[in-house]
Design a protein around this ligand. Structure first.
Ligand code: 13P
Ligand code: SF4
Length: 304
């Protein structure tokens, strides 16, 4: 069944001149058929550069919106229209405008996990892969508003050593990872390094060996001499980690770290997306042009 479906997807992909982009949290079978699997920064770069006519975005709505903003002449498809990101919906344009009115001289940095309307009101966008470099590049004498993730924001405050005005948003999936999970995992796997995502809570972050975006985790696992890892982020990434490093061992810190929205994409839905060109994601003007400005600034900061 699934091999027939895979063949169907490959055929439709050719007919449509489509590219399949998948986030590292996608189900394994989706990562396996994707042309590119990566973190939010890598996926944005791919979306901006592809010469395909159709981008099938296997991820959540803000990612497909980002692709539509960066490549407005392409057809961008999200195979499940209900695959959203609850964190991105924790601040809306009106709330951000009110915060800006309270701090009229502040620069606004939004995490890419945000709506297009919030990006349009922001000066800069960032991902977890370049947030630190981006904030460090801002003039030291300017106030900075950071939305919507208080955990990624808190991580930047600690690392950059500068205060920022943080919006109290969070990722419910990363909030399920507890400090006690790290303690138990270390007892069970004493030789393993703990890699955690900056969306984790401060007490989890304090117990990790490395705080990394998903792309940086894959890079670190491959290039470091370490052979055992406890992974404190959404469990979909275990698929790529294990596939790329068959001789190394990876343990999820908890089985509860599963993002239900990332798991809404299936092979069937990818085939239907290509067949019927659905669900098309577009971002209307003037939001598209304004949001593109903050996204272009994000793409100008690619860490080495
Ligand atoms: P990255 O893959 O960019 O680290 O993002 C994590 C995330 O939560 C995406 O929804
Ligand atoms: Fe949003 Fe968290 Fe799911 Fe990423 S893992 S899409 S931040 S809810």
């Amino acid at each position: 069944m699934s091999s027939a479906l895979i063949e169907k997807v490959q055929l439709l992909k050719k007919q449509r001149n489509a590219v399949i982009l998948a986030h590292n949290y996608q189900p394994g079978e989706i990562q396996d058929i994707a042309d590119y699997t990566g973190d939010s920064l890598g996926l944005s770069v791919q979306a901006a550069q592809t010469d395909a006519d159709v981008i099938v975005f296997c991820g959540v709505l803000f990612m497909a919106e980002t692709a539509a903003i960066l490549s407005p002449d392409k057809t961008v498809l999200l195979p499940d229209k209900y695959a959203g990101c609850p964190m991105a919906d924790m601040i809306n344009a009106q709330q951000l405008q009110e915060l800006k009115n309270e701090h009229p001289d502040a620069l606004v940095v939004c995490y890419v996990n945000s709506t297009a309307a919030v990006k349009a009101l922001s000066d800069y966008c960032c991902t977890s892969g370049n947030a630190l470099e981006l904030v460090n590049s801002l003039p030291a004498d300017r106030e900075v508003i950071f939305v919507p993730d208080k955990n990624l924001g808190g991580f930047i405050v600690e690392r950059a050593g500068r205060e920022m005005i943080l919006w109290p948003g969070y990722c419910a999936t990363h909030m399920r990872i507890l400090a006690s999970d790290i303690v138990s995992a270390r007892e069970e796997h004493p030789d393993a390094w703990v890699l955690a995502h900056p969306e984790c809570t401060p007490d989890v972050r304090a117990l990790a060996d490395q705080l990394l975006s998903t792309g940086q985790m894959l890079q670190f696992a491959k290039t470091s001499g370490v052979n055992e890892f406890v992974i404190a982020t959404e469990n979909g990434i275990l698929h790529s980690l294990q596939k790329q490093n068959p001789d190394k061992r990876f343990y999820p810190v908890t089985e509860k770290a599963v993002c239900p929205n990332m798991k809404k994409i299936s092979l069937e839905k990818v085939a239907w997306a290509l067949e019927d060109l659905r669900y098309q994601i577009t971002v209307p003007e003037p939001v598209c042009t304004k949001a593109k400005r903050s996204l272009d600034r994000m793409l100008a900061v690619i860490p080495k």
